[in-house]
Design a binder for this molecule. Structure first.
Ligand code: PDD
Length: 279
């Protein structure tokens, strides 16, 4: 396995960053996860757009020009012979003596790694997954894909310890914002697909965005609005989306079955539509 660190391709086991990198000290940086299917980057431009947005909001400079980053990503796919999986890249504000304010002069750091991922086990798609609710204790800029993920990690771990696959984060109004690393969706009993609107409260998922467009193009009813945990438990179907899970049925919420407890037809159709479009 090969990693990319600030201009060099190095064996994964020997890939190091400086101890005073601001990513290490402050989580002062952002990241992207891009799915790879058959050696092809899925929705690459949307991920690069979002990287640019996150960097801009934090006033971190691009580490290399966008076309150069595209070349590095391709080189990493080739060097790692990656067919199916994800490519991870993170940009930090760079190395400087520890001080909260931005350093006067520093160069952004760029690290890229790849991970092979087998297609999901058939049982996962046939049975769906369980989610567990957790309070959404994150900050008010969840639209930035920040490296600072402590609340997400704690929520995911709590969900894991309760036997669930993912945590669904619930805000002070009882509304499900999103998952710890996925977007959250339901299908109401009248067949309407519902997901939280974008804005500062959630990460605008690339998978979410593609799926909204694909659903609308397929003539499916879709509305972007908040839904509560209670509404989700009473829904016909539920599912989650992300660059690593694509579209995954959710069949239990806090131990309660969703609908008949089996993945539903709308979720199945959306997964098919999504995969047909990217593959
Ligand atoms: N997570 N919401 C959060 C909080 C996320 O971290 C992610 C992505 C998503 C889904 O976004 P997308 O469809 O662009 O992957 C929603 C990545 C996969 C991760 O942290 O590993």
């Amino acid at each position: 396995r090969v990693a990319y660190v600030n201009g060099r391709y190095v064996p994964h086991g020997q890939a190091n960053v400086h101890i005073e990198d601001r990513g290490y000290q402050f989580a002062d940086g952002v990241y992207e996860v891009v799915p790879v299917i058959d050696g092809v980057l899925i929705d690459e431009e949307l991920h690069l757009d979002r990287l640019g947005y996150s960097l801009g909001e934090l006033r971190i400079a691009w580490p290399v020009a966008r076309p150069v980053l595209r070349l590095i990503l391709r080189e990493m796919l080739a060097r790692n012979h990656l067919g199916r999986g994800i490519i991870y890249f993170q940009v930090t504000r760079g190395v400087a003596p520890r001080d909260h304010k931005f350093p006067a002069r520093t160069k952004s750091s760029l690290v890229v790694t790849t991970k092979r991922l087998a297609p999901p086990a058939p049982a996962l798609l046939e049975n769906g997954v369980a989610v567990a609710s957790q309070p959404d204790i994150r900050w008010q800029r969840c639209d930035i894909k920040s490296l600072s993920l402590l609340p997400n990690i704690l929520a995911k771990q709590a969900a894991h310890e309760s036997g669930a696959f993912e945590a669904w984060l619930v805000d002070a109004n009882g509304v499900v914002t999103e998952g710890s690393s996925t977007n959250a969706w339901i299908v109401t009993r009248s067949g309407e697909i519902v997901t939280h609107p974008t804005g500062r409260g959630i990460l605008g998922g690339v998978t979410r965005r593609s799926l909204v467009q694909l659903a609308e193009a397929s003539g499916l009813a879709l509305v972007e609005r908040g839904f509560t945990l209670v509404e989700a438990q009473a829904a016909a179907e539920a599912f989650l989306t992300s660059s690593s899970a694509f579209v995954l049925p959710v069949t239990r919420i806090d131990g309660q079955p969703v609908g008949d407890g089996r993945p539903g037809p709308v979720t199945r159709r959306l997964r098919e539509i999504y995969l047909a479009n990217v593959a």
